[in-house]
Design a protein around this ligand. Structure first.
Ligand code: C2O
Ligand code: CU
Length: 461
């Protein structure tokens, strides 16, 4: 009998070896990293209260992985937890076998086992990695980190380039992860697991070192399970958005950056001599998330280097094959019953017995639900209708899509994203060229919504 796990890892290995030479040159640099998922205690501030988390290499966020565009990243992942796990490389146009979705693109990595991820990085930008097995629990406990791919002329160490990883933890009164509420159906049917403690780069209100004058680039990343964050600077300093989800965009200026779970927004601040504070403002008041401390620069260069072109040009949904997806369910929703594993069942039954609360087109989502089956090279428009009472951060694995975004105010912006924040009642076309073969998840990145049925598969072959 073939053990499914060995079978999967063998096929992943041979497929990746076959697939790689077409994407990269033989001479390409390989960046090697090791990540071990483990239980660890860390302190979010200097008060010494330790919080037990599940982390990569015992740090929060996990180690920052860096590579240059066109290189290969190789990560030897060891699972030291008592639970199966996998790593997903969020935003990377990955080889399907390396995408890290358990039971879809690989078998879960069991406790004590090791799995090597190996893939080329073809786009420069801000990406991240996180556990994709029961991600609503594993990400909430800390299993994530950032992955930065540098452009040809960007520097590996640069005081004008600052990563800002935000997370919103739900802690109990002893400063521990509130485990009693993991799986809470109230969270799952409403806005997801919202936290009560905001960290930036793994600390409460840290001081961040930046250059003392000239431009600075801030790479904002929201690693929260469900909370939509919004960032502003002291004195309402303008921020120029230059890249979203690892794709360069037509630059535009904002005073606030809304950022949904899993999204990344890179901004330039013109003169960091004025930069003092980072505020989180989604609640309507200014919460001091971090402060900035100037350091002496090593260079005389005053500006930030960044790429300007997205990897493919905007396409119109009129030229694309249309796939309509109605998002349904949740609290105050419109869904009385839905199809689940071949059977039509009422929502109460689904909620109580299977923790399922959300659906696409009348069907509770899952890895067995194919939302679209398209040919390699097709232009595809996922026409998404948010027929629910909640915002959702819709994420497509394996490729980025063009969207006429309403996230930054009234005026629509054409953006190439991998995660789009949809408001209740909003309808939007997510348009992409399906040029990456495989089975790709499309799901809400409010991780509780995903677990409760808001996810399905886009098959490209
Ligand atoms: Cu960032 Cu399917 O995930
Ligand atoms: Cu959602």
């Amino acid at each position: 009998m073939i053990n499914r796990r060995t079978f999967f890892s063998q096929s992943a290995l041979s497929l990746s070896l076959i697939a790689l030479p077409t994407l990269v040159q033989a001479s390409t640099v390989t960046r090697r990293y090791q990540l071990a998922a483990d239980k660890s205690n860390v302190s979010f501030d200097d008060k010494g209260e330790e919080t037990s988390l599940w982390l990569y290499n015992k740090t929060t966020p996990g180690p920052l992985l860096k590579a240059r565009r066109g290189e290969i990243i190789e990560v030897e992942f060891t699972n030291r937890l008592d639970h199966p796990s996998t790593i997903h490389w969020h935003g990377i146009r990955n080889i399907n076998e390396m995408d890290g979705v358990p039971d879809l693109t690989q078998a879960a990595v069991e406790p004590g086992e090791t799995f090597t991820y190996r893939f080329p990085v073809n786009d420069a930008g801000t990406f991240w990695y996180h556990a994709h097995q029961k991600s609503w629990e594993q990400v909430a406990r800390g299993l994530y980190g950032a992955l930065i791919v540098l452009d040809e002329n960007e520097k590996f160490e640069d005081e004008r380039d600052q990563l800002i990883v935000a997370d919103d933890w739900l802690l109990d009164k002893n400063d521990q992860i509130d485990t009693a509420s993991l799986g809470n159906l109230g969270h799952w049917s409403h806005g997801g697991r919202l936290g009560n403690a905001l960290t930036i780069n793994g600390s409460f209100s840290p001081g961040i070192e930046i250059a003392s004058q000239g431009q600075v680039k801030l790479r904002l990343l929201n690693a929260a399970n469900a909370r939509v964050l919004s960032f502003a600077l002291n004195d309402k300093l303008p921020m120029k958005v230059i890249s979203v989800d690892g794709s360069p965009c037509e630059p535009f200026e904002v005073g606030e950056v809304p950022i949904a779970p899993a999204q990344r927004v890179d901004v330039i601040v013109e003169d960091c001599a004025n930069l003092k504070k980072l505020f989180e403002v989604s609640t309507g008041s200014q919460f001091e998330a971090a402060s900035f401390n100037p350091i002496k620069q090593n260079t005389t260069q005053q500006s930030v280097i960044h790429s300007v072109a997205p990897y493919y040009q905007q396409i119109d949904s009129a030229d694309a094959r249309l796939v309509e997806i109605h998002m349904q369910g949740g609290a105050m929703g419109n869904l009385a019953s839905a199809l689940f594993e071949g059977e039509e069942r009422n929502l109460r039954d689904l909620a109580m017995n299977d923790s399922k609360l959300w659906a696409f087109n009348g069907q509770v989502g899952g890895y067995d639900v194919t939302l679209a089956d398209v040919n390699l090279g097709d232009a595809v428009a996922l026409r998404i209708w948010n027929d629910t009472a909640w915002p959702h951060a819709m994420h497509l694995h394996g490729q980025h899509f063009w969207v006429k975004s309403s996230e930054f105010g009234q005026e629509e912006k054409a953006l190439l994203r991998d995660t789009y924040l949809m408001q209740p009642g909003e309808k939007e076309d997510l348009v992409f060229i399906a040029n990456n073969p495989g089975l790709w998840l499309f799901h809400c990145h409010m991780l509780e919504h995903n677990a409760a049925g808001m996810g399905g598969v886009v098959s490209v072959s």
